[in-house]
Design a protein around this ligand. Structure first.
Ligand SMILES: Cc1ncc(COP(=O)(O)O)c(C=O)c1O
Length: 393
């Protein structure tokens, strides 16, 4: 019997992640992988998480093992508000909803604001988990051009003039997949256009703390949000551990009140054990030194990857500097090369990457690829980039 007719209309719009398909190819330990999209487990403060988990379970079972408030553990909400203030955002703990990873915030926002056919503007390229949330509500996605300074205002203005945009989804700090940092001037321009054309902005910021160079300005777009158009999303996934499903969103009261109701029906509350662990680590002053350790861990690896690209790819490609985050994005000079078509050859030679095409909702970007420096050791990275250069000879 076919079950097809049972699916909802939205379920017909679901899109499986096109990059998961590559995971099969890249889990071989013999393959040097630049393909991952996850933090390195060596950065997880596992011993401290184990100790704090034991402590909160034994000493605070009525909180850590109980249902909790939909908006999140109150002390954690206060800590998150303080973190956001340090990113330039004016807010209080009552402006916070703790979410089950920032991915849940994306899903709740899509559920709460999108009717079928509503237009969501996304960056070219964009995070696939974001676009998947919007597709899952039968939204129509339109692409906005980026350059090395972030969203190109002219492109956003053109899209907003031709379409009634409801939401713009942007990742201004070290974007996944492009690794780009949006300039403050561009952030201001984006908000101006949002005001002119009356749409909301989702500012997704899971990478803002992963900074490897001096003098970059990661101040949140939300800090300029005089008209309360921005929903700001944060996450502990990249600085603590993504298995602690702990993220958050901040926004105007009227928006958050409705999002809270959406969250009630999604999961009542985010995992209280996860929240309790994160809360206790922050209250004990352990987050800041942990962030410093994570930065130090990735800083050197990022340096090796960029130096290897300079050695082997200067004549073949350009790439983003990866001054933060987990990725550099490589654009091959030869526009006729389709990186998707060469994955199998690369893996056969012992190296893996993620083709960039799937991150572009308009079908462009076929000559691009995303490389992470999170996974491999220094020597394997050097070796891998040399092999990769051979793939694109
Ligand atoms: C841009 C972006 N947003 C959201 C997420 C989801 O993160 P979380 O673990 O907080 O759900 C990711 C994960 O890789 C991401 O890259």
């Amino acid at each position: 019997m076919s079950h097809e007719h049972f699916f909802s209309r939205d379920a017909q719009s679901f899109r499986a992640s096109p990059i998961r398909a590559f995971a099969k190819l890249i889990n071989d330990p013999n393959v040097i992988s630049f393909a991952g999209g996850v933090p390195n487990p060596e950065t997880f403060p596992a011993e401290r998480i184990a100790a704090v988990a034991e402590q909160v379970v034994r000493e605070r079972r009525a909180i850590a093992l109980q249902y909790g408030p939909t908006r999140g553990l109150p002390r954690l909400c206060a800590s998150i508000a303080a973190i956001c203030q340090s990113r330039g955002i004016e807010c209080a703990s009552s402006d916070v909803i703790v979410t089950t990873g920032s991915q849940q915030a994306l899903d709740l926002i899509a559920h709460t604001f999108l009717d079928p056919g509503d237009v969501v503007a996304v960056e070219l390229p964009t995070y696939i988990g974001g676009s998947a949330s919007f597709f899952a509500r039968s939204a129509r996605l339109v692409g906005v051009q980026q350059d090395d300074e972030g969203i190109v205002p002219q492109s956003l203005r053109e899209v907003a003039t031709g379409e009634k945009i409801k939401l713009l989804y942007t990742i201004p700090n070290f974007q996944n997949p492009s690794g780009r940092l949006m300039t403050q001037a561009r952030r201001a321009a984006v908000l101006e256009i949002a005001e002119e054309h009356d749409f909301l902005v989702i500012e997704d910021d899971p990478y803002g703390e992963l900074v490897y160079v001096d003098g970059v300005d990661t101040t949140a777009m939300k800090s300029r949000d005089a008209h309360q158009r921005v929903l700001y999303l944060g996450s502990f996934s990249k600085v603590l551990a993504p298995g602690l499903r702990c993220g958050w969103m901040i926004g105007a009261k009227e928006l958050l009140d409705r999002l809270e109701i959406a969250k009630q029906s999604a999961d009542l509350c985010s995992g209280m054990l996860d929240q309790s662990i994160v809360d206790e680590l922050i209250a004990g002053g352990e987050l800041e030194p942990q962030i410093q350790r994570v930065r130090a861990f990735y800083r050197g690896k990022r340096g090796i990857l960029i130096a290897s690209l300079e050695e082997h790819f200067t004549d073949k490609a350009r790439w983003t500097p990866a001054d933060g985050g987990l990725f550099t994005f490589v654009t091959l000079r030869d526009e006729t090369i389709d990186t998707t078509a060469r994955v199998a050859d690369a893996v056969a030679r012992g190296v893996a990457y993620i083709p960039g095409g799937p991150f572009f909702i308009d079908g462009s970007g076929t000559n691009t690829m995303r490389l992470t420096f999170a996974k491999e050791g220094d020597e394997r990275m050097r070796e891998g980039i040399a092999i990769l250069a051979g793939v694109f000879e």
